[in-house]
Design a protein around this ligand. Structure first.
Ligand code: NAP
Length: 300
């Protein structure tokens, strides 16, 4: 019976990548092929007639995957195992980052962000780990963010989800110790992808909001940043591919000068001082002093 036949095993190691329709995920595909992988590039809309050149080639196959759907996750992993007989690397890359002030973000927005950036990654990892465990080896690469290490005004919901990813990965790593399966976090700074095409930055913001003045400053800051300072996503893609094959045991891999600098600043400054620097960095000033005085528990 066909079901008794073990799946044929691909000669090339297999990397399964989520969120390959654009941005970092798309660019990671050729970077992993260059490292010797067969890449299973996944995306929600896999039935598009033409794929970009990154997704065409002998060592790439494209599969549908919505990481928010349990059925889609199961079908995708089953198909990869049936077709290739192995999954050596899982890159959890898919993500969303709708900008908003944390107070004003509707609960539905919180749910969508956490279902994608946290629960989706956890579901994929839990589906793939048994395959890696049977092989006695594997590597899970989580595309986190600089925002998984430092707070980012207007990206608070996203920041909270990436902080959760960092805690998830740290725990997973402790629990998998000795299994032969590695876990690593890639923490990019700001890179030029569709993530920055947020309609909120161009839409009208309600003047009645207590955040209207801050929004105007943040919009000016982000507009300038997006226009002049975003990095090349190929750099992150190469970083992900490097981490996928790294033999060393480092957990965290920041990418970009902004990531390295801001993580270091956050690590060395006491919170009260950091708060002033973090607000000034994005063009906000003023109220930090007042909020510090009224929130003594936030200082250390
Ligand atoms: N760009 C940056 O500056 C930056 C910085 C730090 C971290 N990151 C992280 O890098 C990762 C990739 O983002 P990006 O910058 O490359 O942005 P992007 O171009 O918007 O790509 C996001 C990808 O995630 C996919 N996705 C969203 N929801 C999904 C779902 N439910 N199931 C499957 N795929 C889904 C999108 O697919 P659809 O086309 O179907 O929507 C798209 O392929 C994210 O985790 C992001 O947090 C980015």
């Amino acid at each position: 019976m066909a079901a008794d036949n073990p799946p044929s095993r691909s000669a090339r190691p297999v990397a399964l990548v989520t969120g390959c329709s654009s941005g970092i995920g798309l660019r990671t595909v050729p970077a992993l092929v260059d490292r010797g992988f067969h890449v299973v590039a996944t995306m929600r809309d896999a039935d598009r007639r033409t794929h970009p050149p990154e997704l065409v080639g002998t060592h790439v196959s494209v599969l549908p995957l919505d990481i928010r759907s349990a059925e889609s996750v199961r079908n995708c992993v089953d198909t990869v195992v049936r077709t290739h007989g192995r999954i050596d690397v899982l890159v959890n890359n898919a993500g969303i980052a709708p900008p908003n002030f944390v107070e004003e973000a509707p609960v539905q927005e919180w749910r969508e962000v956490f279902e994608t950036n946290v629960f989706g990654h956890a579901a994929m990892t839990s589906a793939v780990l048994p395959v890696m465990r049977r092989a006695g080896r594997g590597r899970v690469v989580m595309v986190s963010s600089l925002s998984g290490r430092v707070p980012t005004p207007l990206l608070g919901v996203y920041t909270a989800s990436k902080f959760a990813v960092e805690g998830y990965a740290e725990t997973l790593r402790l629990e998998l110790r000795g299994s032969g399966i590695g876990v690593a976090l890639v923490e990019p700074g700001a890179f030029r992808t569709g993530m920055w095409d947020a309609p909120m930055l161009t839409a009208d913001f309600p003047a009645s909001s207590p955040y209207a003045a801050d929004f105007a400053r943040l919009r000016a800051f982000y507009t300038d940043y997006v226009t002049h300072h975003l990095g090349d996503p190929d750099r992150v893609a190469r970083g992900v591919a490097r981490v996928a094959v790294a033999r060393g045991g480092r957990l965290r891999h920041p990418v970009g000068a902004d990531a390295w600098t801001q993580i270091a600043v956050r690590a060395v400054l006491p919170w009260a001082m950091y708060e002033r620097v973090a607000r000034a960095l994005v063009g906000l000033g003023g109220r930090a002093e007042k909020s510090r005085r009224s929130s003594p528990e936030m200082t250390r």
